[in-house]
Design a protein around this ligand. Structure first.
Ligand SMILES: CC(C)(COP(=O)(O)OP(=O)(O)OC[C@H]1O[C@@H](n2cnc3c(N)ncnc32)[C@H](O)[C@@H]1OP(=O)(O)O)[C@@H](O)C(=O)NCCC(=O)NCCS
Length: 285
């Protein structure tokens, strides 16, 4: 427990669930990551910090690593009684120390609102990228490329192979750890993979969203890219979705991920204009 001015800061624990739940639902200032897992289910993962004013919980900051070595700011919520900056400074100082102690040197955050910009900038974060959104509304799809592989449904037994493909396809910050991918698979309405010589080399996970279906994850092993496997997975996905009555698909990708954007545009997806800036910092070991 640490006291900075009137604020008392301590680590969150699973027993704080109801208290934190109440803050997360009512806080004046709220940032959440685009996540598979609810921050309330991660209370025992460090850094996960609570700030109290007297006995009143006024702020929560969580940035547990996922995958190992990298962390995203998953929750930063502040009660209306305080300014975001006055709680951010002591909470981030504590969180950054915890990150370095756990060998997490790359930390990133989406920008949920302009109120976060001065906080992140002051803490040394720089804008490096953005998450950009696309949608497809029954635009015509090309025929799938002629390749021998046919997508098949994934089951929980495929999780280790999905983790392997994800780890090889994505850079550190954009990878998902095993727990996130397990949660993603559980939440999927269509989870399919594609094999070459009996080995899973590509997969996609699609969830239901209020706007239709959301293609939440797509990856092809680098050794098998450029052969039409992602194209095949997405065309097959839209056919499976159409059979279930879905006529719209949303997705997001990184602004600097030209390869994926070319693929999505070629398949009729259009950029919606919605975007979240990505801020990043590298901590000193
Ligand atoms: C983006 C990604 C999924 C594309 O997978 P892929 O299997 O290489 O995609 P495809 O082969 O279907 O299409 C990609 C290219 O191959 C070409 N291609 C398609 N069919 C082909 C075929 N039969 N033979 C050779 N090339 C082919 C496409 O024209 C396309 O060319 P381009 O490089 O000019 O765009 C893959 O690069 C990846 O996993 N990247 C990292 C993770 C990622 O970015 N995921 C999506 C965003 S979150």
């Amino acid at each position: 427990m640490r006291s900075t001015g009137d604020l008392v800061i301590r680590r969150a624990a699973a027993a704080d669930r109801r208290l934190v739940q109440s803050l997360l639902s009512q806080a004046r200032w709220r940032h959440f990551h685009l996540d598979w897992r609810d921050p309330i289910d991660l209370l025992d993962r460090e850094p996960n910090l609570l700030a109290f004013l007297g006995d009143r919980l006024v702020a929560h900051l969580a940035a547990p690593p996922d995958p190992p070595g990298a962390a995203w700011l998953r929750s930063f919520c502040v009660d209306a009684a305080l300014t975001p900056l006055s709680t951010w400074r002591p909470l981030w100082a504590e969180a950054a120390a915890s990150c370095t102690a756990h060998d997490v040197l790359r930390v990133a955050s989406l920008l949920s609102g302009d109120w976060m910009r001065p906080l992140l900038t002051e803490a040394g974060f720089r804008e490096t990228n953005a998450v950009v959104f696309f949608e497809w509304r029954r635009q015509p799809m090309p025929e799938p490329p002629p390749n021998p592989a046919t997508p098949r449904r994934l089951t929980s037994r495929d999780l280790p192979d999905v983790v392997r493909v994800d780890e090889r396809a994505f850079g550190l910050l954009w990878r998902n750890g095993v727990e996130s991918l397990a949660a993603a698979m559980q939440q999927s309405i269509v989870a399919t993979g594609i094999e070459v010589d009996g080995r899973l080399v590509g997969y996609q996970l699609t969830t239901a969203s209020p706007f239709g279906a959301h293609l939440a994850r797509l990856a092809v092993d680098p050794d098998h890219q450029g052969r039409g496997l992602a194209t095949t997975l997405v065309i097959d996905l839209t056919r499976r979705l159409a059979a279930r009555g879905f006529d719209a698909v949303t997705l997001n990708t990184q602004a600097d991920n030209v390869r994926s954007q070319d693929l999505y545009r070629r398949l009729g997806f259009r950029e919606t204009g919605q975007r979240y800036p990505v801020f990043e910092t590298t901590l000193a070991p």
